[in-house]
Design a protein. Structure first.
Length: 551
């Protein structure tokens, strides 16, 4: 039974979402070729969610979430990419002589008729968000175009991967994988060889997800092309290699760090994405609560001493260091950094890149920096005893030293330095403050929903001396790709080393006693800062417990 062909504008007026005047004004002023629904959303007369709800209820057109749906990729050859883009639709499955199509505007009867005539199938429509359709077209069409051209023999491999034309299949495929990562704000891209296929995985907001599974026969071409771009040895497949690529993608300068690792199924590649065009983070944007923010500002504005930022890899330590340097960067101070690698170039700051191949290590670079009359020194990471000792002595001779270390908490940092073999009196007298931080996923503000606390959650808040009746949970919508989270924020604990704590550390008091003293002194621990942010509706308890050990 064919659906009655109603007009979208009349439906929306009947539903009371827009007025007849708003409809007429939009019809008169919308751009040529622009769909009515998009024009109304652009003018803020209704939201995309309201439009979808009306079409779903009034016409009985089912809604579909494309990020959850297993789309049949063989249908990409049935409907052309140009037609899909022009009409904001994508085929999703075929049953007999019926072709099911997700559309942003399922009342575009001209597109439906054209599709029926072009394919010979009966067209069944579903409604999906415009953004989801655009992402699906980019994901399923663009990458698919290049794959078919990459099925080459060993003899053809060398000539294919060394092609420099932008339309060369290998270049197109690599660029499209990188672009998709940028669009999703991924921090890392994993090229992961398996027994029978090649996985492309993206780390988005700290969580790894599989994006595509490619046929195994394109593995050698793809890996070799990335290695050529990074100036790595493509004939060496038995040893790990590291390299860098500087590229411009859609007008954005991007720095890529490449790491290869030989596995039983072939070379695995991880690409770390550093967006050189991104703005430097300001201290006020790091998510410090008011108390920790004031403590941290007071620490970094001291003329000397050592401040350590601690946490695991990917905890945002570098961003905090750069934000601190941005705050301190004036004409009156000489700031020098030694990093591996220099992630973001900062105007007015002298940055040194470690190069261990020629003997420029953290330790040797730091010795030379001390002869350059610095006021503030930033050491990218303390990795060994020699670097730690030089940095500590620099902080004791009138320099402010900022650096990072891998530890689980602020209080665990001092025992970690002692374990490295540094004299206790040097550690205790040099460190002025330690900041531990983690990154947690931020709730999507478009779809988060309020819920009452469970008994276990209530007990957790009470145990930390807090009260809460309700919190927010992740739901999932087109804006966040169905995850319920969009973006990340940091949780912190700031430990200020005062004279009494120095005395306790020198007397080798147990960590439990130092924790008790820090608590009495008003220190906010990681879990407490996390629960504060849960109460504010910024994240969830699940995210806090994922990154923090409840001590």
């Amino acid at each position: 039974m064919s659906k009655e062909r109603k007009r979208l504008g009349n439906l929306l007026v009947e539903a009371g979402l827009i007025t007849a005047e708003q409809l007429q004004e939009t019809l008169m002023t919308k751009k040529d070729g622009q769909k009515l629904g998009h024009a109304l959303i652009e003018r803020n007369y209704l939201s995309e969610e309201q439009l979808i709800e009306v079409l779903e209820y009034q016409l009985g057109i089912p809604q579909i979430r494309l990020y959850r749906y297993p789309i049949d990729t063989t249908l990409m050859s049935v409907v052309s990419k140009e037609f899909a883009l022009r009409n904001e639709l994508i085929p999703i499955k075929k049953e007999g002589n019926r072709l099911y199509v997700a559309m942003a505007d399922p009342m575009d009867y001209f597109a439906i008729d054209d599709l029926r005539l072009a394919t010979g199938y009966q067209i069944e429509t579903m409604i999906a968000a415009r953004e989801e359709i655009a992402q699906a077209i980019h994901k399923y069409y663009t990458l698919e175009d290049s794959i078919f051209d990459l099925d080459v023999t060993e003899e053809e491999l060398e000539s294919v991967i060394r092609q420099e034309d932008d339309d060369a299949p290998a270049i197109k495929l690599v660029n499209q994988i990188l672009l998709l990562g940028l669009k999703q704000h991924a921090s890392d891209i994993h090229v992961d060889p398996q027994d029978k296929h090649l996985l492309i995985r993206y780390r988005v907001d700290g969580v790894l997800k599989t994006e595509r599974a490619f046929p195994k026969n394109i593995q050698n071409v793809l890996v070799a092309r990335i290695k050529i771009m990074a100036n790595l040895n493509i004939t060496e497949t038995r040893l790990p290699q590291d390299g860098r690529i500087n590229v411009t993608l859609e007008g954005m300068p991007v720095d890529l760090r490449i790491s290869t690792l030989p596995t039983v199924f072939g070379e695995r590649i991880v690409i770390r994405i550093l967006d050189l065009g991104s703005k430097r983070t300001m201290l006020s944007q790091l998510g410090f609560n008011k108390i920790n923010y004031q403590k941290f500002i007071k620490l970094i504005e001291q003329p000397s001493g050592m401040i350590l930022i601690t946490g695991p890899t990917g905890a945002g330590k570098s961003s905090t260091l750069y934000a601190a340097l941005t705050h301190l960067n004036t004409d009156h101070v000489n700031i020098i950094t030694i990093e591996d690698p220099v992630e973001y170039q900062m105007e007015g700051i002298n940055q040194v890149q470690v190069n261990s191949q020629i003997g420029l290590t953290f330790a040797t670079g730091l010795r030379s920096i001390l002869r350059q009359d610095p006021n503030i020194i930033m050491v990218g990471e303390i990795r060994d005893l020699e670097t730690a000792e030089i940095a500590i002595r620099a902080s004791l001779t009138g320099h402010l030293v900022l650096t990072t270390l891998h530890t689980n908490s602020a209080i665990a940092t001092v025992p970690r330095l002692l374990d490295m073999g540094i004299e206790p009196y040097l550690v205790v007298s040099s460190i002025t403050g330690i900041v531990a931080q983690r990154l947690v996923r931020q709730l999507c503000q478009e779809c988060k929903e309020i819920v009452t606390l469970t008994e276990m959650e209530l007990e957790l808040f009470e145990k930390r001396g807090m009260d809460a009746d309700s919190i927010y949970k992740a739901k999932g919508c087109p804006h966040c790709g169905g995850t319920g989270y969009k973006g990340r924020l940091a949780i912190h604990e700031v430990l200020v080393i005062d004279d009494e704590m120095r005395q306790m550390l020198m007397n080798k008091q147990p960590v439990s006693m130092i924790r008790e003293y820090a608590l009495r002194s008003g220190m906010i621990f990681l879990i407490d800062d996390g629960l504060f942010k849960v109460k504010q509706g910024l994240t969830t308890i699940e995210e806090i417990m994922r990154v923090v050990v409840n001590e």
